[in-house]
Design a protein around this ligand. Structure first.
Ligand code: HEC
Length: 145
C-alpha cells in the first residue's frame, strides 16, 4: 500500500516532466525546468530499483543521489531571477516568499542527506520522506497545470 502511494507520487513527478516544456522560450525558465527534469529522472531511477523493476545497482543508486543533491543545490541559483514564460509553472510565491522557498529547498536537502541506499528496500524506506519533500515544495510553489 505504502509503496503504491510512493509510486503514484514518483510517476506523477516523472510524467509531468515529459509534458511540460516544449516551446519554452525563456532560457532561465528552461534551465530550471531542465534541472527539475533531471531530479525527476533520478527519482524515477531510484523508484524503479525500490520496486524491483530494475535490479539494485549500488553505483547507479549513488549516482542518482549525487545528481539529486547537485540539482537541489542549484535551485537557489536557478530560481533567483524572476524569469517568466507562458509555459512556466512557477507560482509568484517563489519570489514573494523567498524564505519559505528556501526552507523547502533546505528540507529537500535534508531528506537527501539522510537517505541511505544499501539495498532496494532501503531505498524504498527513505523514498517516502524524499518524494514528500518534492511534493511539499510543489504544493506551495508550483502551479498544477
Ligand atoms: C524548493 C522547491 C522545489 C523542490 C524541492 C522540488 N521542486 Fe520540482 N518544481 C518546483 C517549481 C517552482 C517548479 C516549476 C518551475 C517552472 O515551471 O518554472 C517545479 C517543476 C518541476 C517539474 C516540471 C518541470 C518542467 O519540465 O516543467 C518536475 C518534473 C519536478 N519539478 C520534479 C521534482 C522532483 C522529482 C523533485 C524532488 C526530487 C522536485 N521537483 C523538487 C519547485 C521544487
Amino acid at each position: 500500500m505504502r509503496s503504491a502511494i510512493i509510486m503514484t507520487i514518483v510517476l506523477g513527478l516523472a510524467a509531468s516532466a515529459a509534458l511540460a516544456h516544449s516551446g519554452v522560450k525563456d532560457p532561465q525558465v528552461k534551465a530550471r525546468m531542465e534541472g527539475m527534469k533531471t531530479m525527476a529522472a533520478d527519482l524515477k531511477e531510484l523508484g524503479k530499483m525500490a520496486r524491483g523493476i530494475t535490479p539494485f545497482d549500488d553505483a547507479k543508486a549513488k549516482a542518482a543521489l549525487i545528481s539529486l543533491k547537485t540539482e537541489n543545490d542549484r535551485i537557489p541559483v536557478l530560481f533567483a531571477p524572476e524569469a517568466t514564460d507562458p509555459k512556466s509553472e512557477a507560482r509568484p510565491a517563489v519570489w514573494t516568499d523567498p524564505t519559505g522557498f528556501a526552507r523547502r529547498t533546505a528540507e529537500m536537502g535534508q531528506a537527501l542527506d539522510v537517505m541511505t541506499l544499501s539495498s532496494a528496500s532501503d531505498i524504498a524506506a527513505s523514498m517516502r520522506t524524499f518524494a514528500t519533500a518534492c511534493s511539499a515544495c510543489h504544493q506551495d510553489y508550483r502551479i498544477k497545470k
